[in-house]
Ligand binder design. Structure first.
Ligand code: 3HC
Ligand code: NAI
Length: 703
């Protein structure tokens, strides 16, 4: 037995089987082997009358070992190990704590009884990895808690707490101990005293789904998980197998699991899982200590300042917000209060804590001196270099030495902002996304003079605030907004050349984004892009194509949702927006003025250009070292720009699609517009050599 991973001890007549495979006790091949051997030992141990199965460390088994996915399976496979546990003639009690997920919950369902510590969370998140439960979850869970509850948990991947698990009958006892071993022993002693034997879920009859309810539920799953294969396959497998014997159901599940394992969606979702965790790993920060951050300052209490303040308060930080005047400070306070209200409604905060945070942890003022004692400041004032430089000059004066000075700028040069201070070494960019209290992405912009301690502090803050920090170098728009500018320009060119904004939006949605670029534009407000174009007009390269139609809309006061009209019309009949019947005529007028003969585009052509522009810019960003790894770019697009997770992010998608095909497409588009479609040298090289982006990543661990 791999003793160090699965240990077998005995306490009196109770065997203790302990899994110890940090960090999350994933079911690697060695753990599966260890578990199988432990069951053999239990059967042969004359002193043992029952066994407690529990885990060391912070959690019970959190699932199969995801890093083994896509590789040939190694025996013993998990369904067989669990069958072995369930077949035991001596009762096996799973003592649960932490996150009991996927294969971990399936192991627990194979045991004869389940006892959980308070705070335990349980779930079958396989669909979030493009899979379905592959070790009996689709068979044992419905037998434990009924068809409908099981179908909901399996198709959503939702995690539940121990109280809900108890109500559903998923666990037998919610223990009041703090140690799983002790809880398991207490429960098992009682069980033996009562003379209880094994209870096997596989021996229960399968529940029968009601066909009329299944149809409705299926339609709902289809709507909620649009574009994804795993949730519907999971539901169908469940429904089909409920009429089968347990053994046939297991075989049916296995076939579906193997099929899904081979899908590009599974590969993309697993890529996303590891990319998110890899983003925090920074080789140059190994051994570097972050500064302690407990008190933060925020300058500017508008949309972003309020969201950042709410997120910081929920993370337990003390917040001091500075606005231009008392009225603005009061407005910001009220806005933050509302955001915390929302958190209470979503169950993220309780009402008492909300009041306490507002009364004791938040202060809003119109005086910068209030920032004299904070550990880190985030500036979220207007997007104007002169305004930001003035703010930073003031911060330089009032903040104590060593305070980290961060800007939330969307596009501006962090080095120029740092120049306004006498301590550029304290300056960094922290680019939050709107709404900042909800969005998990945080771009960490490391400027030329930002030292490792300040970068490490930013990553530590991201973690504390529950954000995914992704490192970026300085350039116009950093990783995300720079890419957005490019693929948005590709969309604008399509509209100039003959597509409608509605066709572009529909094609982008069909690709998997929740919204198209013109819907997003209407939401953000068309004045922002207009102001940016005006600012850049003087220095614009004459070869750059200007979206004249966007300027016309803004000049006509059609600023998007906030004015009831933008690309779409928003009224009582269509609060979510409806196409403007006059748009085509307006566009044709502009095309005539520009001498463009409109042409039609297929959905595939629109998607092709949109994605080619995105990937090409991503390759340039990687080549220039703005992003250190292709997977970081994927994380930014997944978490900040609505890229469909089941496609893994643009760089992963591009590799799956074939870099040579994309490079060839860009070269052919360059024949008509050589200025816009300049092929990234990196993309050209990788396409020619048959390499992937990972090979080009600047950090060794990616390869
Ligand atoms: N397999 C392999 N590695 C895993 C893993 C898994 N199932 N779960 C987590 N890890 C690794 C992470 O990659 C990370 O590694 P790193 O430190 O080298 O980056 C480390 O464990 C810690 O993970 P987190 O940073 O995510 O730690 P948290 O404490 O934030 O979260 C967790 C812990 C809630 C368990 C979270 O890691 C998680 O959700 N894991 C995935 C759970 C899951 O999806 N399980 C189902 C797998 S599919 C399955 O079981 C199929 C079965 O039906 C046959
Ligand atoms: P906003 O206009 O809603 O808020 C700006 C606030 O800053 C206003 O309340 C204003 O009174 C205050 N302010 C201006 N100058 C100030 C000064 N000298 N001292 C104190 N307060 C001052 O703007 P928003 O949208 O919150 O944006 C702020 C920054 O965040 C900008 O740099 C923007 O580019 C960036 N950003 C915005 C995002 C968004 O989606 N709105 C997303 C990510 C970044």
């Amino acid at each position: 037995m791999p003793e160090h991973l699965v240990a077998y001890h005995r306490e009196g007549e109770i065997a203790l089987i302990e899994i110890d495979n940090p960090p999350v006790n994933a079911l690697s091949a060695a753990v599966r082997q260890g578990l199988a051997e432990a069951m053999v030992r239990l059967a042969a141990d004359p002193e043992a009358r029952a066994a407690v199965l529990f885990c060391a460390g912070r959690t019970f088994v959190a699932g199969a070992d995801v890093s083994e996915f896509g590789k040939p399976p190694v025996a013993p496979i998990l369904p067989d190990v669990i069958t072995g546990i369930e077949a035991s003639l001596k009762p096996v009690i799973a003592a649960l704590h932490g996150t009991v997920l996927g294969g971990g919950l399936e192991v627990a369902l194979g045991a004869h009884y389940r006892v959980a510590l308070p705070g335990t969370r349980l779930g079958l998140p396989e669909v979030t990895l493009g899979l379905l439960p592959g070790a009996g979850g689709t068979q044992r869970l419905p037998r434990a808690i009924g068809f409908e509850a099981a179908a909901e948990l399996i198709t959503s991947g939702r995690q539940i707490d121990a109280e809900e698990a108890e109500r559903l009958g998923l666990i037998d006892v919610l223990a009041d101990e703090t140690d799983p071993r002790a809880a398991g022993l207490t429960f098992t002693r009682g069980l033996l005293a009562d003379g209880c034997g094994p209870h096997r879920l596989s021996e229960r009859a399968s529940p029968a789904p009601q066909p009329d309810r299944v149809a409705g539920f299926r339609a709902e799953v289809e709507r909620k998980t649009r574009g994804q294969v795993a949730p519907l396959r999971a539901l169908d497998t469940l429904v089909e197998s409920m009429g089968m014997s347990f053994a046939e159901g297991m075989a049916h599940e296995r076939r579906a699991f193997r099929d899904l394992m081979q899908t590009p969606q599974r590969a993309a979702l697993v890529h996303a899982f590891f990319a998110e965790r890899r983003a925090a790993r920074q080789e140059d920060l190994a051994g570097v200590s972050a500064c302690q951050v407990d008190r933060i300052g925020i300058v500017g209490g508008g949309t972003m300042g309020q969201g950042i303040a709410a997120a910081a308060l929920i993370a337990g930080l003390q917040v001091t917000l500075v606005e231009r005047d008392d009225a603005s400070a009061d407005r910001a306070m009220a806005g933050i209060g509302k955001m915390l209200d929302g958190a209470v409604k979503r169950g993220k905060l309780n009402a008492d804590t909300r009041l306490q945070l507002l009364a004791q942890r938040l202060q809003a003022a119109a005086d910068y001196d209030a920032l004299s004692n904070v550990d880190l400041v985030i500036e979220a004032a207007f997007e104007d270099l002169a305004v930001k430089q003035e703010v930073f000059r003031t911060l330089d004066r009032v903040c104590r030495p060593g305070t980290v000075l961060a800007t939330n700028t969307s596009y501006l040069d962090v080095n120029l902002i740092a120049d306004a201070t006498g301590r550029p070494q304290d300056v960094i960019g922290l680019h939050f996304f709107s709404p900042a209290n909800v969005m998990r992405l945080l771009e960490i912009i490391v400027a030329d003079r930002t030292p490792p301690e300040v970068t490490a502090t930013a990553f530590a803050l991201a973690k504390r605030m529950g954000k995914i920090g992704v490192r970026s170098g300085v350039c116009d728009g950093f990783i995300g907004n720079r890419m957005l500018s490019t693929y948005r320009a590709a969309a604008d060119h399509l509209v100039l050349d003959g597509a409608t904004p509605y066709q572009v939006d529909a094609a982008v949605r069909a690709f998997g984004f929740a919204m198209g670029p013109y819907q997003v534009g209407d939401l953000a407000g068309l004045d922002i892009g207009y102001a940016t174009r005006q600012r850049k007009a003087a220095t614009r390269d004459p070869r750059e194509r200007v979206p004249v139609f966007a300027d016309r809309l803004a000049e006509a006061g059609r600023l998007g949702r906030k004015t009831g009209r933008g690309y779409y019309i928003y009224d009582d009949a269509a609060p979510q927006g409806r196409p403007d019947p006059e748009m085509e005529a307006v566009l044709n007028g502009i095309r005539r003025d520009l001498g463009i003969t409109p042409r039609s585009f297929t959905e595939a052509e629109i998607q092709d250009r949109y994605m080619a522009a995105m990937v090409n810019e991503g390759a340039k960003i990687l080549d220039e070292g703005i992003a250190a790894r292709a997977s970081d770019i994927d994380v930014v697009l997944l978490h900040g720009y609505g890229f469909p997770r089941w496609k893994g992010g643009p760089m992963h998608w591009a590799e799956a699609e074939g870099l040579d095909r994309i490079a060839a497409r860009i070269q052919s588009l360059a024949e008509d517009d050589p200025y816009f479609w300049q092929l990234s040298p990196l993309l050209a090289r990788l396409a020619a050599e048959g390499d992937g982006f990972a090979d080009a990543s600047k950090q060794k661990e990616l390869t």
